[in-house]
Design a protein around this ligand. Sequence first.
Ligand code: AHG
Length: 338
Amino acid sequence: MSINRQVLTLDEFTLQQLRNFPSATGELSRLLRDIGLASKRVNVEVNKAGLVDILGDHGTTNIQGEEVKKMDIYANNQLIGVLKHGISCAGIGSEEMDEIEIFDDEISNQSKYVCLFDPLDGSSNIDVNVSIGTIFGIYKRVSPLGSPCTIEDFLQPGNRQVAAGYVIYGSSTMLVYATKRGVNGFTLDPQIGEFTLSHPDIKCPPTGRIYSVNHGNFFQYSEGVRNYINICQKKDKSNGGPYTQRYIGSMVADVHRNLIKGGIFTYPGTIDKPKGKLRLLYECNPFAFIVEVAGGKATNGKDRILDIQPTELHQRTPFFVGSVDMMAELETCLEIDK
Ligand code: AHG
């Protein structure tokens, strides 16, 4: 096997970044490596999902009242395991758990970071072999080092994230993460079992032709959202179109595609669920951070997602994210709802 030494692995890349900051402790690099390790384990099981008796419902419901699949629990346990045994994380919050888990031990109490994650987003798609993903956001804790972390460490606005990322288990497996300095994507090389830098310095094109929305909810949306969807449908060559509607039902896959190709992803509130479905802390904040660093924009229809002060762990929010020019057109339409 010939090895291309021009290609950096995730570890090599994060260490190279570290060299630019001689005072850095390397804790964030280790945390990213830990998440990479957990996601490789999840990837192995996701790839076997059609073969082994891991498919199907676990028979319980999570705090959101949704059906929990076995793989959700497996992914959750893998992430907790690596982060608990690592030395960089003081505690975690997970979409699958009612409360935060505080790693109250001597080493974890000295750790700078806490992590919030959705261990397996789009898990209702596992049974039908559609891409799914893991989403995470990392925050520097506000509680004093040397003590157990607290709920305040987790209820920080998304603009305080030091890093955020996702793993997409798709036709290939990719880990994409952002710090304030840029967004980089790593594809898992199955031959060496390492994430390797494949998409350096990702930028979200300022405009695109893809809009992602659940059309089934059309008559549940506000007038502004319906107007925007109508505009998307009427686009033609004369005004930047035609547009294409793409909606997988797995946000990681939908936003990943739009990030690379340019586009807009929306999960608006509905008459039945004014706050929509997506969770601010586990899903929206990480993607808002990643897309903004890449040059795009993310709002709840009124305010910047990253400036929302969370009040509860599992809070939901309408979510609009994507290319800046498309977001601007959406915002004009949403004026009518204010
Ligand atoms: P789940 O993890 O329960 O499968 O939810 C997936 C999320 C998100 O990834 C996706 O964009 C959205 O829910 C799809 O919801 P709808 O089916 O309501 O459109």
